[in-house]
Write a protein that binds this ligand. Structure first.
Ligand code: FAD
Ligand code: DLZ
Ligand code: SF4
Length: 522
């Protein structure tokens, strides 16, 4: 392509903090003679919501390592650090600064992971009158047009249909036209808890100790974001491509064989159990989902891991991860405004600190403070469940989630939080609210044994707040959920309670809400 007269730069190639893939479509046709990369650390991304120190350090460290990897390939990288004196603090203003400096013929990027960011960059390019080319992100296995076609004409968009389609289309775990092992999913084998003896020793995920780049970033975060939630004392996330591959090998070798069986279990003081801890490297694009899927299938073929674990893991990545991204881009921007249960309360203050008497929440938020990580069932059936039962506004729950988790990016957090965990979307992602009482937590964890509350009780001083709020939730939302499949059993149990019992539940639920609103319940 001919360059504009007087222009030294053909393409200004934008690489955002979650696009750290050397094989990205953004580098297709990249010519080091005429094209340059722009990476921007910007204050706006670190402050538009308060963010966990680990999350900030992870993004900045991974970005700086990726810059080094590109430079080692001979690419010119213009890299704005957060502390550069002339850094203007937003994507739009930084793009303007670099466009005026480099006068490129065109801006090139891949689809960002956040609708807000896409809009800001589109507007910036328009205002500068410079063409912007947004390429499809081939990190994902399902491009957005394919998802749109899948959605076309369907009344409901359930994961299971999409997942089977993906298995067939990509030939993953298939035996001819049938699913490997004769079943599409092994959910019923994947719900074990550890029982009284506990899990015994489980090898923790490989730890990646901070190098000089990460230590510099940690010092910067401590300096500039001292008031942010969380601690950096335990930072050991993978931050490079080599780290990401090592983290994958470590999971396949040591945890995948038991992943399926104990996927839903929760244990005090054990954040990871048999989970992968790969969501961050996947979401930063340091690891390709195909690599994770292939490694798991190789382990199955080699007899190292059973099918229930491998299928369970594949379903999360080939199924859920691709599905929520499809939903996000299909439904945004209006999806963010959905609030099917008309929930209005703010997030309780202890969700940032873990300072609460409820042991399950103390454990789960404590983990977040230390590691910016909670596994799936803690997110859904402890943290998310509490927020939904209480009646917190679903977008507030999403904002909190974006603050506290290292792996949260808008495309993945929003459908999971607002949709799956809060039922804010009224049934787009899940067919019904994941409502449960403290009894579920008691069955799947050892949390209740160390708690002053009793999961079986809904009223009285030692009643479990989850159990009180569960019945209150069903009663409050009766009209909204009565017609949903699979809610009948729960509603019939509610109907068995007499008026006096219901009144007591209501009173205790109101008391909990007002205590939480005034922070008295910390
Ligand atoms: P594992 O349990 O070992 O699972 C393996 C991989 O599967 C994960 O690394 C992840 O890439 C993928 N995966 C599993 N479930 C999902 C899912 N529902 N959506 C997308 N990918 C999935 N995941 C995120 O990456 N970022 C988020 O912001 C996020 N928010 C969530 C919020 C809620 C309320 C819930 C219920 C789930 C959320 N998830 C999110 C999905 C899932 O909980 C995390 O991916 C997982 O806990 C990360 O830990 P892991 O790598 O050990 O995962
Ligand atoms: C989360 C985050 C943070 C804290 N900082 C940056 C940044 O300085 N520069 C950047 O390119 N991306 C950052 N991100 C990720 C963005 O908030 C956002 O999730 C992605 O740009 C979406 O593609
Ligand atoms: Fe959580 Fe209730 Fe169990 Fe306590 S009793 S740990 S509050 S579920």
């Amino acid at each position: 392509m001919a360059q504009a007269a007087g222009s030294e730069t053909r393409h200004l190639v934008l690489v955002l903090g979650d696009q750290l893939d050397a094989c990205s479509a953004v580098f297709d046709g990249f010519d080091p003679q005429t094209d340059v990369v722009l990476m921007m650390e910007v204050a706006e991304e670190a402050t538009y919501i308060p963010q966990h120190k680990i999350r900030l350090a992870l993004f900045f460290s991974a970005m700086r390592h990726f810059r080094r990897a590109l430079e080692e390939r001979g690419f010119t990288v213009h890299y704005a650090t957060l502390e550069d004196a002339d850094n203007r603090g937003t994507f739009a203003a930084e793009i303007e600064r670099w466009v005026l400096k480099k006068r490129p013929d065109r801006l090139v990027m891949v689809q960002p992971g956040d609708c807000r960011v896409e809009q800001a960059i589109r507007q910036a390019a328009k205002a500068l009158n410079v063409p912007l080319e947004i390429r499809a992100d081939r990190h994902f296995l399902c491009d957005l047009d394919t998802f749109r076609n899948h959605a076309e004409g369907r009344r409901s968009l359930r994961l299971e249909t999409f997942y089977r389609d993906m298995r067939r289309r990509h030939g993953v775990l298939m035996a001819g036209d049938d699913p490997e092992g004769g079943q599409w999913n092994f959910d019923k084998d994947n719900r074990e808890s550890f029982g009284a003896g506990g899990p015994g020793p489980i090898r923790s995920p490989q730890s990646f100790q901070p190098d000089t780049i990460t230590r510099d970033v940690i010092a910067m975060v401590e300096r500039r974001f001292a008031a942010s939630p969380g601690t950096l004392a335990h930072f050991d996330y993978p931050v490079t491509r080599d780290d990401a591959l090592a983290a994958l090998r470590d999971f396949i070798e040591h945890r995948l064989p038991n992943f399926g069986r104990y996927q839903d279990a929760m244990v005090s003081g054990q954040p990871y159990l048999y989970h992968a801890r790969l969501s961050c490297v996947l979401n930063l694009h340091l690891l390709n989902p195909r690599e994770a899927i292939e490694a798991a299938i190789d382990a199955y073929r080699a007899g190292h891991a059973p099918l229930n674990s491998v299928e369970g893991f594949v379903r999360q990545i080939l199924g859920w991860r691709e599905y929520v991204r499809g939903i996000y881009w299909l439904k945004m921007p209006s999806y963010a405004d959905l609030n099917a249960l008309d929930a209005t309360l703010p997030m309780p203050a202890f969700m940032w600190t873990g300072e609460t008497e409820m042991n399950c929440l103390r454990q789960a938020v404590g983990q977040l403070v230390d590691h910016a990580y909670a596994h799936h069932i803690q997110r859904l059936m402890v943290l998310g469940l509490f927020a939904m039962l209480l009646g917190v506004h679903p977008y507030e729950v999403h904002r909190w989630h974006m603050s506290m988790y290292a792996d949260a990016i808008d495309w993945v957090s929003l459908p999971n939080v607002l949709g799956m965990s809060q039922y804010g979307d009224g049934g787009i992602v899940g067919s019904k609210p994941y409502a449960a009482s403290g009894n579920y937590i008691n069955k799947m964890s050892d949390y209740c044994a160390g708690c002053r509350f009793d999961p079986k009780k809904a009223t009285g001083d030692d009643a479990c707040p989850f159990t009180t709020l569960y019945w209150d939730f069903l009663a409050r939302n009766r009209q909204r959920i009565a017609g949903l499949r699979h809610m009948g059993y729960q509603l019939r149990n509610l109907d068995r309670k007499d008026d006096a019992e219901r009144r007591k539940i209501r009173q205790r639920a109101d008391g909990l809400k007002s205590d939480l609103a005034s922070d008295a319940y910390l």
